[in-house]
Design a protein around this ligand. Structure first.
Ligand SMILES: Cc1ncc(COP(=O)(O)O)c(C=O)c1O
Length: 373
């Protein structure tokens, strides 16, 4: 995990979004990159952090992060007191949560709690529907312990070719904002834009942009690009590598892995690497993906197993046990991009990153240091 690349990407996004601040989305363990390490690296560069779960927010606070932390997920269960105690900002769309937060703030003698209200402008996932917003605001006015400090929504199609659905969402957000102001609230933090929204719709930037993927060097679709002529592109942060642990020559006709889905069509050299679907190298990569050995592309042979994957290194005769194998990222001049890997697996970059499982050690590099979690 290249923390220098992470910081460079954050600076790049901050420049592009300014004067809006960056609310860095580091949920799901910073998209698999490691939330604490990423938060520490980003803290001096961003306005604050957004996560999905209360537990993720508490982890940041316990790890010493003192920037604003916003919980996007909207599921608070019995965690209302934790939100107050740890100085976390919840995103709310239910009256009942407003009441519970007010009670928790009162019990902890914490003064008024700032909350952000989420509007469902078209994602149909979380947020108060526009037709129910008036009732939520009336309820909020009657609850003295809370203050609406922010207003948010989430874009469903900002990475799509058609800009119309996003413009419609932004129009619904504008109407919701007008109603909020009309009812006497003055939220000072408006945030709407994920990576695609931030880069493609300048009018969606408001006070804070909420990128996740771009921080890690990804872009959600070919429609989403950085502004031309404004410095370098984004740098990939994650590189996934392993080493050859076994090597064998097999005759033509030999089967490789479960089900012998790969059968050698010639005498072949097969390398085994200790990474499999339990590490997040999904079984859907079986027989489709390529990896880098000695700077050259070599195909995955047969089915990925739980802990091991076999590689056909016949075209790479210098390969030896212990040699580095890169499954994602750069090796020499060659590179396997996250979009390529996602394409082979029939998924998106997000799932590749988030899928790298806990048992894969994260090794953190920045300009001058290497650190293992
Ligand atoms: C509410 C919300 N905002 C922002 C983001 C960041 O999106 P992206 O990673 O596309 O920038 C997400 C990601 O899932 C999200 O759920």
């Amino acid at each position: 995990v290249d923390l220098s690349a992470l910081r460079a990407n954050a600076r790049r996004l901050a420049d592009e979004a300014a004067p809006a601040g960056v609310l860095a989305v580091i949920k799901a363990d910073a998209y698999g990159h490691g939330a604490m390490a990423c938060a520490r690296a980003l803290a001096p560069l961003v306005w604050g952090f957004a996560v999905s779960l209360v537990e993720e927010a508490v982890e940041l606070r316990r790890g010493g992060i003192d920037r604003p932390v916003i919980v996007l997920g909207g599921v608070y269960g019995r965690s209302h007191q934790d939100i107050v105690a740890y100085g976390i900002t919840p995103v709310v769309s239910e009256e009942e949560d407003l009441r519970r937060f007010a009670r928790a703030a009162d019990e902890l003698n914490a003064g008024r709690l700032g909350v952000h209200v989420k509007i469902d402008t078209g994602m149909s996932r979380l947020g108060v529907r526009p037709e129910r917003l008036g009732a939520l605001l009336d309820a909020a006015r009657a609850i003295p312990g809370i203050e609406i400090t922010g207003l948010a929504t989430h874009l469903a199609e900002a990475d799509g070719e058609d800009e119309v659905p996003t413009r419609e969402q932004l129009a619904r957000f504008a109407a919701a904002r007008a109603l909020v102001v009309e009812r006497g609230f003055r939220p000072s933090l408006l945030h709407v834009a994920n990576t695609a929204g931030a880069l493609r719709f300048p009018e969606a930037r408001f006070d804070l942009v909420r990128p996740g993927l771009a921080l890690f060097g990804g872009l959600p679709s070919p429609s989403v690009r950085l502004a031309d002529g404004a410095g370098d592109g984004l740098r990939p942060v994650m590189r996934l590598r392993t080493r050859i642990v076994a090597l064998r020559d097999v005759p033509a006709g030999a089967g490789v892995s479960y089900g012998a889905a790969f059968r050698a069509s010639r005498s072949s050299r097969i390398a085994t690497v200790p990474i499999g679907y339990a590490d997040g190298y999904t079984r859907r990569l079986s027989g489709r993906a390529e990896v880098l050995v000695g700077g050259r592309r070599c195909p995955v042979a047969g089915n990925v197993t739980k802990d091991m994957t076999m590689i056909d290194v016949t075209e790479q005769p210098e390969a030896r046990p212990g040699d580095e194998v890169v499954l994602l990222g750069q090796q020499g001049d060659a590179c396997i991009s996250v979009d390529e890997l996602a394409g082979w697996a029939g998924t998106i970059a997000y799932e590749i990153y988030c899928g790298v499982s806990k048992r894969v050690p994260r090794v953190y590099r920045s300009e001058a240091s290497v650190d293992v979690r």
